[in-house]
Every structure is written in structure tokens, then in C-alpha cells.
Design a protein around this ligand. Structure first.
Ligand code: SF4
Length: 374
């Protein structure tokens, strides 16, 4: 077993996490949307108080990197003034709400997520990794995205509340959805779900009132870079973008931005046009997952992203290059996975990071030679 450290909590703006390149400050924009002035302000804060690097996460959050003990307070104050951080740390901690990124003003997802945001203080204290998915568009989009309590569109067109890990859920309506979700979160705590940490690992029988046979509708096709009814969809290689590039893009286009959990960013109302640091087609680099690796992460003994970029055009299928067995960049299996261990890589097939390897002790050059020949 490798020696990665499980932190056991998720950082947020009020509880930043120390990484190898400084404090990491996570921002959860309401409804995963930033108006143009919020993007510009956030980028200004990232440059002024961090190292100017921004990550888009698998929970559709933004992470500002490289803050220090001294620069974190003014960074958070700037984000708070922009309406991107709740002034109440308790509400901020409870606001892990994913929403289908193609929501429209006034639709079910928008209505339910907005109500849930106004009722965060009705939720109990939950383990920090617990999150919610409001996925009430015509077909669910977020079934593979990390969440514990899910509002989804059912196969019959009605809405349902489903506990993660269960195949079916209870029927709800737009009016009752937030209430039912909050009640289920209280049941989770009262039934000692905190010991399991996540809903999918909590094996207690659901209460009768929350049990049901409503199954979610089949998911639609995945979102891709390019044109979309909401706007132009851009891929961010490794989920990373420089604050200056993002600010310049938004300043020149004057557009709001929506965040997705797939390392895609939507420029609202825009037709696709080239943009620095972002990809508009299904480029090989978007089929590769790689965490920050060394030196930005203290758990890593290997560099990851340069190697992943070298390998991207050589690989058929999905590649995951992970700095250690924790596998932050991808929770699910990939076709090929390279896991860093003691300064070299282990290679596994159809696996998650840290899985039993086919080859061990690979240098980056040996990994390129091996995978390039596959
Ligand atoms: S997977 Fe990568 S980012 Fe996550 S702890 Fe390991 S080295 Fe760090």
C-alpha cells in the first residue's frame, strides 16, 4: 500500500488546504455560474493573492492556488465581496450543490437548487465530503458526478430523490424536493451515516418514507467541447487555466461562465471561437486525467502533467496519470493508469489509481515507450 495521506475533509474558502504550492482555496459559485464581473474579480484575486493558477474540479468548483497565510484573508474577502463565498462559514461548508449545467432560469433545477441554497441552515452538520446533485433537466447528466443525495428526472418524467448507491428513489415534486432532501440528510446523521462518511457507503435501510421504486431516466450523451444551446463549451486541459488568460477572455467577450464537473466551462451565449488556454474540439489532451503531481502536491514523488501531455496523442481510450494511489484526478477506472510510487510509475490496465500493476518502477521514458507501442 502506498503512503498517501487521507485528509478526510474537503477544503473550502474558509478552510483552505495546504498543498505543495501553497494554500488551496476552493470556491463554490452559486448555481455554478459566474457573471463576467465575478470572473474578472476572481481572476484578479487569484493573481494578487495566489499564484494565478485556477483549477476546475470534478464538483464544478474552482480552486485558487498558491495563497499564503497572509494573502488568504484578503483573497477570501475579495471573493466574499464578489458574492462567491458565503460570509457564514457554516453555510459555505454546506453548499456543495452540483446542478446540471444546462439549467435555465425558472426551470426545476434552478428552482430546487435556489431553494436549497436558501435553506442551508436547515441541513444538519454533515461530513465535509457530502454533496448534493440537482439534476432535474429532461435527462440526468450528473449520475457519474460525485454526490450523495440526488434530485433527478425519473424514467416516467417525474422527479425523484435518490440516495447515492441506491438504484431507485422516492417520488418528489418541485415543491417537495428540497424538504425531502433535507429530511433525508437528517436521517443520514441520525442513522450514524457520518461513520460511513458517504451515502453510498452507508448501508442502513432507508426509512419507509424515503424508499421508492422511481428510477432515474437514462442519461443523455455527454457534453462535448464546441457549440451548445447555452453557449460555447471549452475544455480545460487537466482542469487548469491561468487567471490572466481567463480574465482576458471574459473581458473581451463580456460573457458569464458556467462550470461543469467534466473540466468543461461554458461561455454563456457565445458561439465557439478560439481562446487561449482552452480547447474547442475533442482533443486528445481532454482524454487524459492527471493530478497536479510533484512538486505542487506533497504526496507526490513524480511529475504528472508533462508526462500525461506527452502520452495523450499516443493512447487509445482514457489515460490517468496519478501522483499517488489516492487518485484525486479520477475516482473511476481508466483504460490505462500510471500511478506514482517512490519516484517511478506503476502501470495498470482498466483500473483505478493504485490498482495492482502490470509493470512497476517505470521511468517516464519507459512509460512513453511502453504505451506508445500499445
Ligand atoms: S493523487 Fe495527486 S493530487 Fe492527489 S494526493 Fe496523490 S499526488 Fe496529490
Amino acid at each position: 500500500m502506498s503512503g498517501f495521506v487521507i485528509k478526510g475533509w474537503c477544503p473550502d474558502a474558509w478552510r483552505p488546504m495546504m498543498a505543495g504550492d501553497g494554500l488551496l482555496v476552493r470556491v463554490r459559485p452559486p448555481l455554478a455560474r459566474l457573471a463576467a464581473h465575478q470572473v474578472e474579480g476572481l481572476c484578479e484575486a487569484a493573481n494578487a493573492h495566489g499564484n494565478g493558477q485556477i483549477d476546475l474540479t470534478a464538483r464544478a468548483n474552482l480552486q485558487l492556488r498558491g495563497a499564503t497565510e497572509r494573502s488568504w484573508p484578503p483573497m477570501v474577502e475579495a471573493l466574499r465581496a464578489l458574492g462567491l463565498v458565503d460570509p457564514d462559514p457554516v453555510r459555505e461548508a454546506r453548499g456543495a450543490i452540483l446542478i446540471n449545467p444546462d439549467w435555465r432560469e425558472g426551470d426545476d433545477s434552478h428552482g430546487i437548487a435556489t431553494e436549497l441554497r436558501t435553506r442551508l441552515t436547515d441541513l444538519p452538520d454533515l461530513p465535509s465530503k457530502i454533496g448534493f446533485a440537482i439534476d432535474a433537466g429532461p435527462t440526468p447528466m450528473l449520475m457519474e458526478a460525485p454526490a450523495d443525495f440526488r434530485i433527478e428526472r425519473g424514467a416516467d418524467g417525474d422527479l425523484l430523490l435518490r440516495a447515492d448507491g441506491r438504484a431507485a428513489g422516492m417520488r418528489v415534486t418541485r415543491r417537495t424536493a428540497a424538504d425531502a432532501l433535507i429530511r433525508l440528510a437528517h436521517w443520514f446523521v441520525e442513522s450514524e451515516g457520518a461513520a460511513a462518511g458517504r451515502m453510498a457507503r452507508h448501508t442502513a435501510d432507508l426509512p419507509d418514507w424515503a424508499s421508492g421504486d422511481a428510477v432515474p431516466s437514462a442519461g443523455g450523451p455527454p457534453m462535448r467541447p464546441g457549440a451548445h444551446p447555452i453557449g460555447a463549451v471549452y475544455g480545460l486541459p487537466f482542469g487548469r487555466i491561468g487567471a490572466s488568460a481567463l480574465a482576458a477572455f471574459v473581458r473581451s467577450q463580456g460573457c458569464a461562465v458556467r462550470l461543469t464537473p467534466w473540466r468543461l466551462l461554458i461561455a454563456e451565449g457565445l458561439a465557439p471561437r478560439p481562446a487561449t488556454g482552452m480547447v474547442l474540439d475533442d482533443a486528445p489532451i481532454l482524454h487524459v486525467d492527471a493530478c497536479v503531481g510533484a512538486p505542487a502536491c506533497p504526496q507526490a514523488s513524480v511529475e504528472t502533467r508533462d508526462l500525461a501531455a506527452r502520452l495523450a496523442p499516443l493512447i487509445e481510450g482514457r489515460l490517468h496519470v496519478s501522483g499517488c494511489a489516492k487518485g484525486c484526478a479520477r475516482a473511476r477506472a481508466a483504460d490505462w493508469v500510471l500511478t506514482g510510487r517512490e519516484g517511478a510509475f506503476d502501470l495498470a490496465r482498466h483500473a483505478r489509481a493504485g490498482a495492482a500493476p502490470l509493470h512497476t518502477g517505470l521511468s517516464p521514458e519507459r512509460a512513453v515507450a511502453l504505451l506508445g507501442a500499445c
